[in-house]
Design a protein around this ligand. Structure first.
Ligand SMILES: Cc1ncc(COP(=O)(O)O)c(C=O)c1O
Length: 469
């Protein structure tokens, strides 16, 4: 086959898959055990392969992948990609630029700069520096490094040796990336102090004050407080304004982890949930979650101009960052990475396509659908809403007339649906109950798609109940 023929075949496969994602009946997964998958992809690498094997490998990859854009994929904080951003992703992969210098990625550099300004404006920062990076976890790490740099500017050259023991404060329901950040930054996992949360999963402010005072009494130096909006499991919001007051009173860095909920700023109706976010020192926002941009698309922003570059730059990079008048567009200077994908283009394209108005409507639709689904759960006796949703995470479980261990029962239903490929929905423990964590994060799904999910759930449930009788 020549290149043209290979491209025709592969692009047609990809196009079919993209179109199939609109089919409400699409299976989420054709599940195979590892041994079966190894058999399908056997005899790799040794003798090389040919064009037909190349195409077969791609077909098999598509066939046995989880269809994360299927209507019955509800498992993650991402689900489904909108068409403009998907085309943006494909285009930037074909062009394969690295967004570290203007000379190698002029349009990408301009777009990333423009998006950082636009996101800063949505947050309410008057002046901001920022960067696209490899995810919210890395954004949280960069936030911690910036805080360390601001309060201890010698740390970059001298390391932590002469510093007091620094402490970090986060909701007990915050994302696990703060432990990783504490580890990587040398501050240490044990220096992350977890603050109690209420039964909605929101930080209890009195406990924050108490824990900061306790840390000071122990001779430590509190450094960094994070408010999570929204939390990964509950979808809840820490009290931004009260946390900011405590940070200002104690001269602490105030970070907002908006990896999941940052996109709510695009909704005129719901942005109030993040009221006061402009008071923070830094903000992490993942468009690859609630804005349906393909993975990875994630931004870190700080209102402290110059600090980001001070924190992450090195002066051993003049072989790539040459002196010239457009150096402000050499974005690698603001990044921990060297090579950088152009993650900005897909977001730029989607935002341009939908406009502020369209983005507003898309986020509002998620909240409206979440309300419909919540009402549905409340009005069905076989379902139990375990926590009143604050946003678009819906934690519920199903009940049974049989005398069963409900945790095991719900997990068995979830696993049955997963292995059969009918629906994929994650689970977690809330208030000591194993619950389905149903995420309403694709505005291209309708309420009917969620009704189908409950139908699949009830089918799996009745089969399990039958087997127990
Ligand atoms: C609140 C929160 N912060 C940070 C992250 C990490 O984001 P990423 O997966 O982009 O690293 C997540 C991921 O789910 C999250 O929910």
């Amino acid at each position: 086959m020549n290149k043209n023929e290979i491209l025709d075949v592969v692009f047609s496969e990809l196009k079919n898959q993209i179109l199939e994602n609109d089919n409400p009946e699409q299976q989420v997964l054709d599940y195979k055990e590892p041994n079966e998958l190894k058999e399908i992809f056997k005899n790799s690498f040794i003798d090389g392969s040919d064009d037909s094997k190349l195409i077969e490998n791609i077909r098999n990859y598509i066939k046995y992948s989880v269809k994360t854009s299927a209507k019955q994929f509800h498992n993650q904080l991402f689900a489904g990609t909108n068409l403009p951003s998907l085309l943006g992703e494909l285009t930037s992969v074909v062009m394969n630029a690295s967004n570290y210098t203007y000379e190698v990625s002029p349009i990408g550099a301009l777009m990333e700069t423009e998006l950082i300004d636009k996101m800063a404006e949505k947050i309410g920062y008057e002046h901001a520096s920022g960067t696209f990076l490899t995810g919210g976890s890395n954004g949280n790490l960069v936030a911690l490094l910036c805080a360390r740099q601001k309060y201890y500017d010698k740390v970059k050259s001298d390391g932590l040796y002469n510093l007091p023991k620094l402490t970090i404060f986060a909701n007990e329901k915050s994302h696990y990336s703060f432990e990783k950040a504490a580890n990587i930054s040398g501050i240490g996992i044990d220096s992350v102090i977890y603050i109690k949360s209420d039964n909605q999963g929101e930080m209890i402010i009195e406990d924050l004050e108490f824990q900061i005072n306790e840390s000071i009494k122990r001779g430590e130096k509190p450094l960094f407080v994070v408010a999570t909006v929204c939390t990964t499991e509950y979808g809840s919001f820490d009290p931004i304004i009260k946390i900011n007051d405590i940070c200002k009173k104690n001269d602490l860095w105030f970070h907002i982890d908006g990896a999941w909920g940052g996109s709510i700023l695009l909704s005129d109706k719901h942005r109030n949930l993040l009221k006061g976010c402009e008071l923070s020192d830094s903000f992490v926002w993942d468009p690859h979650k609630m804005m349906n941009i393909p993975l990875i698309c994630s931004a870190f922003l700080t209102k402290h101009k110059g600090l980001l570059e001070d924190t992450v730059s090195t002066n051993r990079a003049d072989y790539i960052f040459h002196e010239h008048e457009l150096m402000e567009y050499d974005l690698g200077r603001f990044s921990l990475q060297c090579g950088r994908r152009v993650d900005a283009f897909k977001l730029w394209l989607a935002w341009d396509y939908y406009g502020d108005k369209g983005m507003n409507d898309r986020i509002n639709k998620l909240f409206d659908t979440a309300k419909e689904v919540t009402d549905y759960i409340k009005s069905n006796e076989d379902l139990e809403l375990v926590v009143e949703p604050r946003s678009i995470n819906i934690n519920f479980r199903t009940l049974s007339k049989l005398d069963v261990d409900l945790d095991k029962f719900n997990l068995a239903i979830r696993e049955k649906m997963r292995l059969e490929g009918s629906s994929l929905c994650n689970y977690t423990k809330i208030n000591n109950k194993l619950v389905f964590r149903l995420i309403i994060n694709n505005p291209e799904k309708s309420f009917d798609d969620y009704k189908k999910f409950f139908l699949n759930l009830r089918t799996a449930k009745s089969e399990i109940e039958k087997s127990l009788k």
